[in-house]
Write a protein that binds this ligand. Sequence first.
Ligand code: ATP
Ligand code: MG
Length: 308
Amino acid sequence: MKIVSLGEIVVEIMATEINQPLSETGLFSGPFPSGAPAIFIDQVAKLGVDCSIISAVGKDGFGDINLKRLLKDGVDIAGISVLEDEVTGSAFVTYQSNGDRDFIFNIRKAACGQLSLNNANLAVLDDCTHLHIMGSSLINQNIVDLCLTAIDIVKSNQGKVSFDPNIRKELLNENMKASLTKILANTDIYMPSEAEVTVLSSCDNDAAAIKEYFTHYNVSEVVLKQGSKGATVFTPNSMTEISAFLVDEVDPTGAGDCFGGAYIACRVKGMSIEESLSIAAQCGARSVTFKGPMEGTSTREELLQFFQ
Ligand code: ATP
Ligand code: MG
């Protein structure tokens, strides 16, 4: 078994003060390795499943810090193209006292925004049994085409696809919605947040939307992420809930990606929905106790230590 994710690798650079405006001079900490598909795959590696990521970085320090971290944690980095003439993506972030975040992204015009069928290393898909796609990665048509090709390759080898729409309603335009719907049409495990459940559905209530994903698409599991309330997994004939573990939240960024990587790693290993959900919720909870999006990915040993 082998899990592959596809999409952006960036660094995150965080304002050190709460309410520190990005329009004023201030202190920042970082760079921290980041990018939703990168955090996801780092968590998969830490649970001991073979994995790669198809992505691109520049030939610079921001690329190196990501390559080094992913390699150290056990991700095969052969799928990451190092593009000579591009810089690695970045996100500057500041936290407001109400928990909201403001970002300045350099992604579209950075190395990961240039990812395409021409420069991607699709060979890492040869032995891939599970592909994970994130809505945040679908920033241009080249990347959408790459995702659809990757899906075709994996599906033709009887592999499965999971999909985290990872987009807020406010950012959704018709183009993006069409791309997300194309990916959903090929999805086995759909992993929305609470605010995203109905986004790709013709129904406006959660239960009807989830039913529609089972009946109008080929989705077999809907994994609903509910932040500090926990998570729920739906299949056409079952519902499995878990409460969130009680922790002191330091930085919520990356929780969904850690949770998702852990859930898919466990399901791919053949664990039950209950067991997978429990380990995923532990990974999500532990991740929010660390500052930095990829700093809180967990091994089984780290989970045992943390929750004992
Ligand atoms: P993101 O904002 O990164 O996209 P998400 O909406 O995809 O996040 P969340 O629901 O925030 O994902 O987090 C995923 C899981 O992590 C939750 O279902 C929960 O189990 C766990 N989790 C998240 N936040 C907390 C918290 N504050 N305390 C405990 N567990 C948490
Ligand atoms: Mg999310």
